[in-house]
Write a protein that binds this ligand. Structure first.
Ligand code: NAI
Ligand code: MG
Length: 362
């Protein structure tokens, strides 16, 4: 491999609030890892999109945003949202302006209890949870279809139309079955609401059954989303990989993150599985104005997101080693207040860097 060291170019979009703090922490850690291991090069290019950019330019991203991102191998994203801008403006202005057009149709959210953290569920075996949630990320209830009319009349009307396509469902279903197959239990649960929603959700059920025929080694079952909340709480060990629509998995993944310990550790990947476009990696949490600037944001969700990014880029061993370093730090009790500790963001970051320095040189 001499002379062929891979080199990755990453777009970094810290965005708003604690997004800025946790992305800065993750860049320190990943740069240290690359330097220490010496098996790959990585550089981060800062992109200033976010609410400050919006206030100056009247838009959240530059006009050539998609072409800008296509020049990179991946994007590391923080969070978007500010107290003085309506959330639907900030979210559609930045994150949804990227996810849809770049066809990052698979949103993958691993949920795992860490050493040093514990599930609040009495039903979790050994206090631990280990799931992967797969969220359809390009259509469904968040398609932006609909409108408002009869403004300010007593009969003011708004529609929010959910779009479900055969192409969209089939590709996420295949991805979910493949994800389930890659895990030891080979177990998939398909979440819908096909009793009340008798069109789109019934199409989901039909396509799930069709795709399942190509994966005879994967055991799968179906759940209605309301019953699923109950199962997640009462029988967490009966679940492994879970797939559902944009809205359903948005909600279930926040629940899952809380059941595993804290939203401060939950990562997510927004993938284009065809690899035509660069994928985007981000913590599940938002910009958390209540703790912005206090230096206490938990950086672990972004460390884990960065580890998922390294794995997607092909650096599986480095990704695994980074997670082991993060887990050792958590196990040692060096954690932020949301996990019951008293460490600052930078103290957790420094502790992970110290663990990286102890890794054997390859
Ligand atoms: P949030 O995730 O920002 O915060 C919820 C609660 O969890 C807060 O009490 C916060 O302090 C805590 N928290 C979140 N991340 C944490 C971390 N890393 N360490 C320690 N504590 C943490 O959700 P919220 O308050 O509903 O939204 C705030 C803003 O963020 C809004 O503008 C919202 O639209 C935006 N948002 C953006 C997202 C994104 O960019 N992907 C996702 C969720 C919300
Ligand atoms: Mg959410």
């Amino acid at each position: 491999m001499a002379g062929t060291k891979p080199s990755y170019h990453i777009a970094s979009i810290p965005g708003d609030g604690i997004g800025i703090e946790v992305v800065a922490a993750a860049i320190q850690v990943v740069e240290k890892l690359a330097k220490h291991l010496g098996t790959f090069d990585i550089d981060f290019t800062h992109i200033p999109w976010g609410t400050a950019y919006y206030k100056e330019h009247g838009r959240y991203v530059s006009e050539d945003a998609l072409d800008t991102l296509r020049r990179f191998d991946a994007t590391l994203f923080g969070a978007v949202g500010a107290p003085d801008v309506p959330d639907h403006i900030s979210l559609w202005g930045l994150l949804l302006a990227i996810r849809g057009p770049l066809q990052l149709y698979a949103n993958v959210r691993p949920v795992r209890t860490f050493p040093g953290t514990k599930s609040p569920l009495a039903t979790a075996a050994n206090g631990a949870i280990d799931w992967v949630l797969v969220r359809e990320n390009s259509e469904g209830e968040y398609s932006g279809q609909g409108g408002r009319s009869h403004l300010h009349q007593p009969w003011e009307t708004a529609t929010e139309v959910a779009i479900f396509t055969r192409v969209g469902i089939e590709r996420i279903m295949r991805f979910a079955f493949e994800t389930a197959r890659s895990r030891p239990r080979k177990l998939l649960t398909v979440v819908t609401k096909s009793n009340s929603m008798r069109n789109g959700m019934v199409l989901w059920d039909e396509i799930a059954a069709e795709v399942a025929r190509d994966f005879p080694d994967v055991t799968w079952d179906k759940m209605l989303v309301d019953a699923m909340t109950v199962r997640m709480v009462t029988k967490p060990e009966s679940l492994d990989t879970i797939v559902g629509t944009n809205l359903h998995m948005d909600i279930l993944s926040d629940l899952a993150a809380a059941l595993a310990g804290s939203i401060g550790v939950a990562p997510s990947s927004n993938l284009d599985p065809t690899r035509k476009n660069p994928s985007l990696f981000e913590p599940v949490h938002g910009s958390a104005f209540d703790i912005t600037g206090k230096g206490i944001a938990n950086p672990v969700a972004t460390f884990w997101s960065a580890a998922e990014m390294l794995s997607w880029l092909g650096e599986k061993e480095a990704s695994k080693q980074l997670m082991e370093c993060v887990e050792r730090v958590c196990a040692a009790g060096i954690v932020t207040p949301d996990l019951g500790g008293s460490s600052k963001t930078q103290e957790v970051t420094d502790a992970v860097i110290a663990e990286i320095e102890k890794l054997p040189k390859p």
